[in-house]
Design a protein around this ligand. Structure first.
Ligand code: ZN
Length: 185
């Protein structure tokens, strides 16, 4: 049986680059791989999946109301690769699980927690029902493992606000819990 995978890490842990490389590897071997991303993540235009190290590719946009299972029945691929999977709904994660059970592997990449250290809805459901969980590790400035996605505004760590703020002036960096707690950036 194919599996539902969740490969998670903090900001700057090269998740998107890995998603793009996985797609490349599948295609190199002749498989038809779909790269997908939620519509909520519109940093780089609707359908561009871009990594910080410069790799990029075109993605299929997942709208908030999209039934991914129904979509898959009309668009048979050999594998689904989903970037920024934390932004998917519980229902959409369950649709991906069903695709993995009945048809093909589904590889999700994304963040585990938000800037308050709380799990995203999609990530939580992935932790609950994914067949495979892998942490993509990255390092805080202090040398410890980065695990919190700190929201930075005017050079300072912000710990309250909406979970998703698009198009604002804040930015995000991966830091360790202690640096986040003590406000060191
Ligand atoms: Zn640190």
């Amino acid at each position: 049986m194919p599996k539902l995978y969740f490969k998670y890490g903090a900001m700057g842990s090269s998740k998107t680059a890995q998603a793009l490389m996985v797609k490349f590897n599948y295609e190199e071997k002749g498989y038809n791989a779909a790269l997908m991303k939620p519509a909520v993540d519109n940093r780089d235009g609707a359908d561009i999946v871009r990594s910080r190290i410069g790799l990029e590719g075109k993605g299929i946009v997942i709208d908030p109301e999209m039934d991914i299972y129904e979509w898959f029945l009309q668009n048979q691929y050999d594998v689904l690769i989903v970037d920024e999977a934390q932004f998917l709904s519980v229902e959409q994660i369950e649709q991906l699980k069903r695709i993995a059970i009945e048809f093909v592997p589904v590889l999700c990449f994304g963040l585990k927690t938000d800037f308050r250290t709380l799990m995203f809805e999609g990530s939580k459901r992935l932790f609950e029902i994914a067949d495979s969980l892998t942490e993509i590790k990255s390092v805080c400035k202090c040398g410890h493992k980065a695990e919190v996605n700190a929201r930075i505004k005017d050079g300072k760590i912000v710990r309250e606000g909406e979970q998703i703020m698009m198009g604002g002036t804040e930015s995000y960096i991966g830091v360790c819990y202690r640096c986040w707690k003590e406000g060191r950036v």
